[in-house]
Design a protein around this ligand. Structure first.
Ligand code: SF4
Ligand code: SF4
Length: 340
């Protein structure tokens, strides 16, 4: 068994940072998220490997908040694509939890399957190595297991690390993981260590049967009540590791310009605004209903899994106190007899 002693962690991060752009969970001022290790400022930043989840998920490593798609030149004689902006730079995400690797699994479904490959996403994803951090002590808002995820066995991981107290068990899972393991060989020790005991979830959530029940709840009155306090601020979509909606815009000057994409949120009225002015989801109740149907029903119908991985971030971030686990509970308990 290979072991990385915590006393060698910084040396390991320095070494990995020389292999590729290395993203680690950091608290930085009022924020926390995945930032490049090379930008780490001792004294003001704090490495958050012990925290279960930093507020901003690592999805930005493979799906940035804004990214250029291609540049062009054009005039009345025609348009020519000058350059496309697939980014093949190698990257490593260190310390990602199982809920967030499961969210990358959802991204892979959306951007790489069903007959369509998004080349921008594919380029980043192929060149990203994932060092996942197994969880044994679920936090106050964690409910990943209820959404079908084993927190101790993160999917899509190239390496899994397991915290034994003074060291990490280092388990390579793929060829990419083997390469990093070889690069770190001078820092890894070969000895036995025991993985921690899994502790019970504090938050009990029962998602069983919810997707099926929702099929008949599109017009249910429950959406009036559930959506009442939503401010449609969109924070829940920005902190969510599995929300992937984006808008495409163009920036041009003279005969040239570029197209770019940027995060969008189904909670915003403009999201479904048509050019002629009609909006099929014009009120907040309709947008709210869409968000939760997409998370809990539609995505499962298409890809066989929910689009919520139980990370709990939106529960913490929502200014209106809207809690997806309470929504699941209320859906479970809802009366669906005629007229409800
Ligand atoms: S964070 Fe809360 S208030 Fe804001 S859009 Fe999401 S559910 Fe609504
Ligand atoms: S919906 Fe909320 S709990 Fe579920 S994955 Fe997104 S942020 Fe996490």
């Amino acid at each position: 068994m290979q072991i990385l002693s915590k006393s060698k962690l910084n040396a390991a991060l320095d070494l990995l940072s020389r292999q590729a752009e290395l993203f680690v969970p950091l608290a930085r001022g009022e924020e926390s998220g995945y930032y490049p290790w090379k930008s780490y400022q001792a004294g003001s930043d704090q490495l958050m490997l012990d925290a279960l989840n930093v507020m901003l998920p690592p999805k930005g490593v493979v799906f940035p908040q804004t990214e250029r798609i291609y540049s062009f030149t054009g005039n009345d004689k025609g348009v020519e694509i000058k350059e496309s902006f697939e980014n093949h730079d190698p990257r490593i995400i260190f310390g990602i939890r199982a809920c967030d690797t499961a969210a990358l699994d959802c991204f892979d479904d959306v951007f790489l399957t069903m007959g369509y490959v998004d080349s921008l996403y594919a380029a980043r994803r192929e060149n990203t190595t994932i060092i996942a951090h197994a969880c044994y002590r679920p936090g106050d808002n964690c409910f990943c297991a209820a959404m079908g995820i084993d927190p101790t066995e993160p999917t899509k991981a190239d390496v899994i690390i397991r915290d034994t107290g003074d060291a990490y068990i280092w388990e390579s899972k793929t060829d990419k993981g083997d390469k990093l393991t070889a690069a770190l060989s001078s820092l890894l020790e070969d000895r036995e260590a025991a993985a921690p005991e899994m502790q019970a979830f504090k938050h009990q959530v029962d998602y069983e049967g919810v997707a099926e029940k929702l099929k008949d709840m599109f017009e249910h009155s429950i959406w009036d009540e559930l959506s009442q306090t939503c401010q449609t601020c969109g924070i829940c979509t920005y902190v969510c590791p599995s929300c992937y909606c984006f808008d495409i815009q163009v920036k041009s000057w003279g005969d040239e310009g570029y197209r770019f994409r940027c995060y969008d949120s189904c909670m915003y009225p403009e999201y479904t605004q048509m050019a002629g002015g009609h909006n099929p989801r014009g009120d907040s109740r309709e947008r709210f209903r869409n968000r939760f149907l997409h998370k809990l029903e539609f995505f499962k119908e298409r890809y066989g899994k929910p689009l919520c991985t139980g990370c709990g971030r939106c529960i913490v971030a929502c200014p209106a106190g809207i809690d997806i686990t309470q929504i699941i509970k209320q859906i479970k308990e809802a009366d669906t007899s005629a007229g409800a």
